[in-house]
Design a protein around this ligand. Structure first.
Ligand code: SF4
Length: 145
């Protein structure tokens, strides 16, 4: 479907409208229960082995940090298994999206906190990179020219 074809739906899903509020509640309840979703508004579960990176105490979108303990636990919360160790293990069991764990994710847009990632994905807001962000693939492509 082209972006042009989505225009009526985008108007219908205007930010903070009634439909979005319903979706926010649905997302909070559904993804909260299953993934401990923190409602960042830019869901990357399929790129992180279906492990929510916002449960990392450092909120790392590209992990792990250098502090993972020898037993695979978090350096900040020693009783907790490292989110990124879990992401790696789970991604190995995902035949379709597992390889996406190797992709460098763009910085999180904190202004989307509390909004619906479903709506942001559908409207393209979630894929709008922050100013100044250049995807690694583009940098690599530029260096080959
Ligand atoms: S990445 Fe964001 S939207 Fe997805 S489960 Fe985690 S907090 Fe929720």
């Amino acid at each position: 479907m082209t972006h042009h074809a989505l225009v009526p739906f985008r108007r219908w899903l205007k930010p903070c409208g009634g439909v979005e509020k319903l979706l926010v509640v649905g997302e909070e309840v559904g993804k909260g229960e299953i993934f401990n979703c923190k409602m960042c508004g830019q869901c990357v579960l399929h790129s992180t082995g279906m492990t929510c990176p916002m449960n990392c105490p450092k909120n790392l979108r590209n992990g792990p940090c250098g502090g993972v303990r020898a037993n695979g636990h978090c350096e900040v919360i020693p009783e907790m298994r490292c989110v990124w160790v879990q992401a790696w293990e789970r991604s190995q069991k995902m035949p379709t999206y597992g390889h996406e764990l190797h992709n460098v994710l763009p910085p999180l847009n904190r202004q989307l906190q509390g909004t619906s990632a479903w709506v942001n994905e559908f409207t393209g807001v979630a894929e709008t990179p922050p100013p100044g962000w250049v995807p690694v693939a583009e940098i690599a492509a530029g260096s080959k020219k």
